[in-house]
Design a protein around this ligand. Structure first.
Ligand SMILES: N[C@@H](CCC(=O)N[C@@H](CS)C(=O)NCC(=O)O)C(=O)O
Length: 230
């Protein structure tokens, strides 16, 4: 163990997919931490000092030392503390999990920005939604291979790919409301739809993955007003 959990502070924003994944991982490890909600329109001195390169959340401070970039933080948590492992122990399986986690942020993450923050018209939003659906359909196939018959990408337990994708679920609900159609459509993506239910119901995700669509949509307006997440 690298240090006491009471040494942990997380700078975040409650809707951020990147923050949510870290919170789920901390919960999975059973680590207590102080959560500090940031205002992206008025970033704290601690955030600016802790992540001077990107000035973005999440930042995990461990005994005062900052770790930035959510996927780096996730791997740090996995290496620094025992408990439920996010990454498999077998090198090939670790590589596969890292591949799909990177894919989620490359494809789903880019589409997420396009669907909600960077679209200047409904046509642009629709194009981003189509890109998100395409990426999710690919992940439906990946789930079969990664899960090996288990309930999660990580197999029997929640793993790296689960927390990385799971962080976006609150926003998917908002997109569903805006477009009037499910992004993770149970008819075309039955494995992912069932996975979503299991992920949301897990104790580590409860209270962390937003489920109040109205509240998320109201927060979207705040973020758009300050020009965040472009
Ligand atoms: N690649 C980063 C992305 C982090 C990111 O984009 N965070 C957003 C919140 S969702 C942020 O803090 N943006 C700063 C801003 O909008 O000024 C990660 O994985 O941690």
């Amino acid at each position: 163990m690298a240090g006491a959990a009471s040494d942990l502070k997380l700078l975040g924003v409650w809707t951020s997919p990147f923050v949510i994944r870290v919170r789920v991982a901390l919960n999975l490890k059973g680590l207590a931490y102080e959560y500090v909600e940031e205002d992206l329109g008025n970033k704290s001195a601690l955030l600016l000092r802790s992540n001077p390169v990107h000035k973005a959340v999440p930042v995990l401070l461990h005994a005062g030392r900052p770790v930035a970039e959510s996927q780096v933080i996730l791997q740090y948590i996995d290496e620094a503390w025992v408990g439920a492992a996010l990454l498999p122990s077998e090198p090939y399986e670790r590589a596969a999990a890292r591949f799909w986690a990177a894919y989620v942020d490359d494809k789903v993450g880019a589409a997420w920005r396009g669907m909600l923050f960077a679209c200047r018209s409904e046509e642009e939003r629709a194009a981003a939604v189509a890109r998100a659906r395409e990426a999710l359909a690919t992940l439906e196939g990946a789930f079969r291979d990664c899960a090996g018959g288990g309930p999660f990408f990580g197999g029997d337990g929640i793993g790296l790919v689960d927390v990385v994708l799971g962080g976006y679920l609150g926003w998917f609900g908002a997109v569903d409301r805006i477009t009037g159609r499910r992004l993770i459509d149970p008819d075309t993506m039955p494995l992912l739809a069932a996975w979503e239910q299991r992920f949301r119901a897990n104790d580590a995700a409860k209270g962390v993955v937003p489920d109040d669509v109205d509240k998320v949509l109201a927060f979207l307006q705040t973020l758009l007003a300050i020009g965040s997440m472009k």
